[in-house]
Design a binder for this molecule. Structure first.
Ligand code: GLA
Length: 753
């Protein structure tokens, strides 16, 4: 619900405007967004500043009194000067250059080469649903696109949007701030659209999508950090004075920092305490900054990374900044995560596969790497089909003359030496086994040794005359150039139309360097980082609209682009190149902090594990991979027969339980050095699945007794051990899970009697 109210408050005005003739009262318009358990409130002073009042637990009534209290950051007490006021008052979209020295949301380079912006309130408009963001992925109101000019009928939408218009009268620059509230969830999404309505060019050098000013700094900051093969490991630390930030400058959202952070009350745990989540719906360079100010207040901002960014906005042009998805929870981290999961499963992931049982796949990467041919693939497929596996995914190495990672990216034609008869023969044979077929692409890349690069060296991102850094033996294509996108589109179309391809793995395996484009004019070079991402989105949009039935899985050297932007296009993302079950517990735990399990690509691989050399039971590998989109990535013709014999049973269990994990609520029960445990519960609380994995066995400790969460306390549940337990006993006394040996794991299924 969105409430816009005007109130008149009898308080003294700010000192710099003190004038005997000004009456001692001021008009304050409040704009309030209500969700089931949270309130987000803003105020507009009569001289046009958009201030932040509150985001947190639900409150009723007029909150404008907050602005007139005794704190240095309030209007009434700020009796010195405007500069001091600007530097301390809680602002909704802070500008640079007029006295606020905290993290700003916007900076420019104007015709004078000056950077100041001063945005003042002009008005609001509200609308049912949610308008699309130009060229950018974003949450949606429902699957049919909402047209803001033609709102959907009353009651047919599940969200509403308020647009707050601010303008700088000097620059003639307009900022429209979009806020959307979703009926049943404590979510607010924010994005920004800038319009230049002057006669001069304005360069935007910084535009962040969200800012929240809190009046204290009693928070921990939670981020998801890591590296290749250990993505999204939670990192929690108390805020300290000054600035703390995460970002990416690599051209992808990155292995190192996910575009997510949360501010947590110091005592917040899985089930209790406040959590404020921020997640940017964007797959490129982002910035998230938290600043503890001179007054001990906190400013939290998020958006496009201003580093090396500049955007030429010509008269009449607009620029849209990506969406920040903000979640409030007063029931700990667990509820924050479940809110993100619900939102993304219902209002972000577009694919028709979102709520469907995904085919159990076998991927040949860890089975063969580049060393395969049609016969080898068919041998794998035959064995896989016998075990009940439903799809063969052919990974890297099927095109050009690619025998290693040193050639052929950009030449998307089947490698005749490995695949005689091409893809149509291979796919025909796979289909004849009753299996689907999926294919790997890396559309954004080009190898120096490729026909594409030889024909168009200018299409690689590079600086004329400067040596170009090779990484994984490849360069990045300039996706700001429509001709490049067209070329790749045509090549992909030819392949996709040549055979019955039902799944695509879209990979992206290197970061950007020597960032310059032969396509863009000199003054637009610093737009390339963002234009590159827009180009990727454009090609993905074409792919998912032209081939809506294809199951698309994103990937970026494992999980370097696990972000909401990618989820808009693909219902699943390869979570990490690290397939070791024990390492995956950590990675999948961190990923679940804001992404649903329905999106986590996870496979059973062979042992010793190719990344860490660890040997784990096949059963455990299955249990861990099942908490994701389940598949196998091993040479099924070579693994021990006792492992192979377990596959049909694993697939049967996956199919029986998939809906509980894909559509249900996740409760993380434990994640420590001794064991990892979580339970999924269906929305109607009639079924639950507990998964527990021991890390290292310890002698002479009591058998683990785990307290479940999320069940109906009044109901009785039959467990897979045949015993009947009450929901309240399972949640308050717990259930014993006997585990023996290192890396042992158990699944326990519960259904309501
Ligand atoms: C990346 C992916 C892997 C695999 C290889 C192929 O590393 O994450 O799963 O597809 O590329 O080169």
């Amino acid at each position: 619900m969105i409430i816009i109210k005007k109130s008149h408050k009898k308080y003294s005005k700010y000192i710099w405007q003190k004038d005997e003739n000004v009456p001692l009262k001021t008009d304050v318009t409040t704009i309030t967004l209500q969700s089931p358990s949270a309130t987000y409130a803003m105020a507009v002073t009569d001289d046009g500043y958009l201030l932040h009042l509150h985001w947190g637990a639900k409150v009723k009534g007029d909150l404008s009194y907050i602005l007139f209290g005794k704190n240095p950051y309030t209007l009434a007490e700020n009796l010195r000067d405007k500069g001091t006021f600007m530097d301390s008052v809680p602002l909704e979209f802070p500008c640079h250059g007029t006295g606020d020295y905290r993290e700003p949301c916007i900076m420019v380079r104007d015709k004078n080469n000056a950077s100041t912006v001063d945005l003042k309130f002009k008005g609001t408009r509200t609308m049912p649903g949610k308008p699309k963001l130009d060229g950018l992925p974003a949450t949606f109101a429902r699957l049919e696109e909402i047209d803001p000019e033609c709102p959907a009928p009353e009651n047919s939408y599940d969200c509403a949007t308020v647009v707050i218009t601010l303008e700088d009268d000097y620059l003639k620059l307009r900022a429209e701030l979009f806020y959307t509230v979703f009926g049943d969830l404590d979510v607010i999404t924010r994005s920004v659209k800038l319009t230049n309505f002057s006669d001069d060019t304005i360069y935007i050098t910084r535009v962040l999508s969200s800012c929240v000013d809190f009046n204290h700094s009693d928070f921990d900051m939670l981020t998801l950090n890591g590296s290749w093969a250990r993505e999204r490991i939670p990192c929690r630390a108390p805020l300290h004075r000054g600035k703390q930030s995460i970002d990416s400058v690599k051209g992808e959202s990155s292995h190192q920092s996910n575009p997510f952070f949360a501010l947590l009350s110091p005592n917040t745990d899985e089930d209790t305490g406040e959590a404020y989540g921020f997640n940017l719906c964007y797959s490129g360079d982002f910035f998230a900054g938290v600043e503890v100010t001179q007054h001990g207040c906190t400013r939290a901002v998020m958006g496009l990374n201003p580093f090396d960014f500049s955007w030429k906005l010509e008269p009449g042009e607009t620029f849209t900044a990506p969406e920040c998805v903000m979640v409030y929870s007063n029931e700990g981290l667990g509820k924050m995560s479940r809110t993100y999961h619900d939102l993304y499963r219902n209002n972000l992931i577009r694919s028709e596969w979102n709520k469907k049982l995904r085919p159990v796949l076998i991927n040949n990467w860890e089975a063969t790497y580049f060393n395969f041919d049609t016969d080898k693939l068919i041998a794998i497929a035959k064995e896989a089909a016998k075990c009940g596996i439903e799809m063969l995914v052919l990974d890297d190495g099927w095109f050009g003359h690619r025998d290693s990672d040193n050639s052929s990216l950009g030449d998307w034609v089947p490698y005749e030496k490995k695949l005689p008869g091409g893809l149509s023969r291979l796919v025909g044979e796979v289909n004849a086994l009753g299996m689907k077929f999926g294919l790997w692409f890396e559309p954004e890349m080009v190898s120096p040794d490729s026909d594409l690069y030889r024909a168009h060296p200018e299409w690689a991102i590079h600086i004329e005359g400067r040596e170009l850094t090779e990484s994984r033996g490849q360069y990045v294509l300039d996706f700001s150039n429509p001709a490049v996108i067209d070329n790749i589109k045509t090549q992909m179309k030819t392949i996709l139309d040549s055979a019955n391809i039902e799944y695509i793995k879209w990979d992206m395996n290197r970061q950007l360097t020597e960032i310059a484009s032969t396509y863009l004019p000199v003054e637009r070079q610093r737009e390339l980082r963002h234009r590159y991402v827009l180009g990727v989105y454009e090609l993905m949009e074409w792919l998912v609209t032209s081939y809506p039935h294809i199951l698309l899985e994103n990937c970026s050297g494992g999980g370097a682009r696990f972000d909401p932007g990618m989820l808009y296009f693909s219902p699943q993302i390869w979570c990490s190149d690290n397939t070791d079950a024990i390492e995956r517990l950590k990675i999948q735990y961190g990923t679940s902090i804001c992404y649903p399990v329905s999106s986590i690509g996870s496979h059973v691989s062979d042992c010793p594990n190719h990344t860490v050399g660890r040997v784990t039971p096949f059963e455990t590998r299955g249990n861990v991979a099942m908490v994701g989109t389940f598949g196998y990535e091993l040479d099924i013709t070579k693994i021990p027969s006792e492992d192979r014999e377990k596959i049909p049973g694993q697939i049967a269990r996956y199919k029986k339980y998939a809906h509980i994990m894909r559509d249900g609520d996740q409760y993380r029960l434990a994640h420590n050095t001794n064991y990892d445990a979580f339970v999924f519960v269906t929305k109607n609380k009639s079924e639950a699945l507990l998964t527990v994995t021991q890390i290292l066995a310890r002698p002479n400790y009591p058998v683990l007794r785990l307290k479940l969460r999320g069940l109906n306390p009044e109901a009785e549940y039959t467990a897979s051990d045949g015993n009947i337990y009450s929901g309240s006993a399972l949640m308050n006394c717990g259930i014993e899970v006997p585990l023996s040996g290192d890396f042992d794991s158990r699944q326990v299924y519960f259904y309501k009697v």
